[in-house]
Ligand binder design. Sequence first.
Ligand SMILES: [Zn+2]
Length: 268
Amino acid sequence: MNDTGEDRRPARPGRRNIIRGLGLAAGGLLTGGAGFATEQAWRKEDPPTPASAASVDSWQPPDRQVDVVWAVSTRRRLVALTFDDGPMERWTPQALDALDEAKVPATFFMVGSRLARNARLVEGRLGRHEVGNHTWKHDDLSKLSLAHAYRSIHRTHETIEQVTGRAPTLLRPPWGRLGGTTLHVAAQHGYDLVLWSLLVQDRALGREPDAMVAAVVDNARPGTIVLAHDVGAASRKTAIERLPAMIRGLRGRGFDFVTVSQLRRAAL
Ligand SMILES: [Zn+2]
């Protein structure tokens, strides 16, 4: 038995499923449409070796569907603020301070290795917030084998559970990049994938903080998922410093704040 096996019998249902999963980045549904990669190409580049077994013969398709969420359809004026890449000294505590001050819940997509190192920054501070998985080292999941993707996501899952006492249910792939292996590991963990519909333009508008705030406040819609970062260069700090203004502006337009999971429960 080998797992490069060009002589292997074609078209086992499980293998087809993972290829179909690749179509999701464009199609948005795990079950939707035919995949664009040929089975042959997939096997040559990256055999779908399961994390727990040596042979593709034992590979089984996941039995759970994975949703991909950019925003939520809702009539309620709710938005979800999300913060990626922490926790780090710069600027996770500052973000938590601003959210505490305004009593606003948010969702933090954490990098597992950073959480393991910096747990003290968030311990006891996450009560109203949700924590999601952002891989172990901010990995590009579109390039990882199933075994590597599993390790990255699972290690982060366990660390989040240890530190927060709650198992995460959401995964945000770094840069929004995902592959078939991402979907498989997400299904194994009972995760759905969360992307975003509105980006805080800290890079483009970092020197024009009023415009940066206005771009968020003016463009939010019911069900918007806002992506900000609580780690990074000075422009990221500017965005965190302007968080109170964004919150005030959004409240002024009648919006209320929820975590991503709460937002999904408010879906039509
Ligand atoms: Zn990230």
